[in-house]
Design a protein around this ligand. Structure first.
Ligand SMILES: Cc1ncc(COP(=O)(O)O)c(C=O)c1O
Length: 442
């Protein structure tokens, strides 16, 4: 059990309140005055907070850590490159093509790429490219998906405030202030795995739909997955209507398989976005796909503009090169998938012992946990699960040194370093955390 008093954390948060809104550098890092975490160091699959309390981490910075924190194989490559060559020059380097060629070996859907610095930037690039290629405006997204913090993608299906007994669809609301209503003009939202809804949108505005943008496995909604048939439906409806299929693999890419979710489905996108796992925590992202589509990027009449000061900097690309080489050439995925499966088995034993109906969603490297009698089919179904019990369980785990997001919409992320954790100890901690959560509920 962790200490109740966290004097260093308290003082850091107090100081931070003078310097940043909410006292944090990112809204989602604010977990309240009592629970906001300040990290002092990380190693492998553990993080240590400012008060020297150690956590086994299943949050992994929202997914980028695929090998482990401070992986020496990756860090060494980055340090060598930046000390011997530098960071940026505003010119091309040989690393640009080396990294794309590595990605092409792993992801057969990629013919040409461009780099970016974050998942958000990669999505912006892919959507702009799709619009440039098709000459159309609209994009279709899926309820419960997340594609980054830029105005057009900051419209969400307000399932939190939605009544599950109604036939009426949840309202689409802005994430918050500062988002002009006009940014919603070209956005269409459909529930995942709903064939009627996608047919209806295409019947209504199909000739102006540039792209469907989808996370094939909802990394921001408990790893609820598209069915094989639905993914095929999206591929077919895009082909029939001259629309591009963009798969946002910012979370799933280089995590759930070498070739990401597309390898698992055997269904391929026209454009794909990558970030997170491709750099094991270094800020690197990319988008790419069909050469004929990507070649719309350029100068001249209607050429799509893409670039940026830090694009393809050598910190990012050396990290990507090292991470992808390891993922491509070692058995890291076998290790990650095995430990992910073992953890689900032990959690399942704990939930069953306590009489909790439960479901796991998504792949072993990034699984969601849902308390209920069936795997949710989409975001609306998620609302019918007992997410409050999950949150209580998660808080109890955190108190016992297991870090995760206390919201069942965020999956458990597994990295190669988790192979070293003590599974018996984890099972005992989970058992106590669930026992306490049930008692707290009564
Ligand atoms: C699927 C998906 N797309 C895009 C993004 C945005 O990425 P970033 O936070 O790197 O801008 C995220 C972030 O979690 C994501 O999960």
């Amino acid at each position: 059990m962790l200490k109740n008093s966290k004097p260093v954390t308290e003082s850091l948060l107090k100081q931070a309140h003078h310097n940043m809104p909410m006292g944090v550098a990112d809204n989602y890092r604010y977990w309240g005055e009592e629970n906001t975490v300040f990290v002092k160091s990380s190693q492998g699959c553990t993080i240590t907070d400012a008060d020297d309390q150690e956590f086994i981490d299943f949050r992994l910075a929202y997914g980028p850590i695929i090998l482990g924190y401070r992986d020496s194989r990756v860090d060494k490559e980055v340090v060598t490159v930046i000390t011997e060559r530098g960071t940026i020059s505003g010119f091309s380097t040989d690393l640009d093509s080396q990294v794309v060629e590595l990605i092409k070996q792993m992801c057969p859907n990629i013919e040409k790429m461009r780099f970016a610095n974050s998942g958000t930037e990669a999505v912006i690039g892919a959507v702009r490219t799709a619009r440039g290629f098709t000459g159309r405006n609209k994009i279709v997204v899926v309820e419960g998906g997340f594609h980054g913090l830029y105005d057009e993608m900051m419209w969400k299906s307000d399932v939190d405030n939605w009544d599950t007994d109604t036939e009426i669809a949840p309202k689409i609301t802005a994430f918050g202030g500062g988002i002009p209503p006009a940014t919603r003009e070209h956005l269409e939202t459909v529930p995942l795995n709903d064939f009627t809804a996608i047919d209806e949108v295409f019947a209504r505005v199909g000739d102006d739909i540039a792209a469907i943008v989808i996370e094939p496995i909802l990394g921001n909604c408990g790893s609820i997955a598209s069915s094989q048939e639905y993914m095929q439906k999206l591929r077919d409806i895009c082909d029939a209507n001259g629309t591009l299929l963009i798969m946002d693999e910012v979370k799933t890419g280089f995590r759930v398989a070498k070739g990401g979710a597309q390898e698992l489905y055997g269904i391929y996108a026209d454009l794909t976005t990558y970030a997170k796992a491709m750099g094991n925590g270094y800020p690197v992202a990319a988008f790419g796909g069909r050469a004929d589509v990507m070649d719309v990027i350029g100068f001249g009449n209607n050429g799509v503009t893409h670039g940026g000061t830090y694009t393809a900097n050598m910190i990012a690309l050396s990290a990507a090169k090292a991470t992808l080489t390891i993922l491509n050439e070692t058995d890291a995925y076998d290790t990650i998938n095995k430990v992910g499966a073992d953890i689900q088995h032990l959690l399942s034993r704990v939930f069953t012992k306590h009489g909790i109906e439960h479901q796991f969603a998504g792949p072993d490297a990034m699984f969601g946990i849902h308390f209920g009698h069936q795997i949710p089919n989409n975001y609306r179904d998620w609302k019918k699960t007992d997410s409050d019990l999950y949150t209580q369980f998660a808080h109890n785990l955190i108190e016992s040194g297991i870090m995760l997001e206390p919201d069942s919409r965020e999956p458990w992320f597994i990295c190669e370093s988790h192979q070293h954790i003590d599974l018996i100890q984890l099972e005992n901690i989970a058992d106590a955390a669930m026992k306490k959560a049930i008692a707290e509920r009564k």
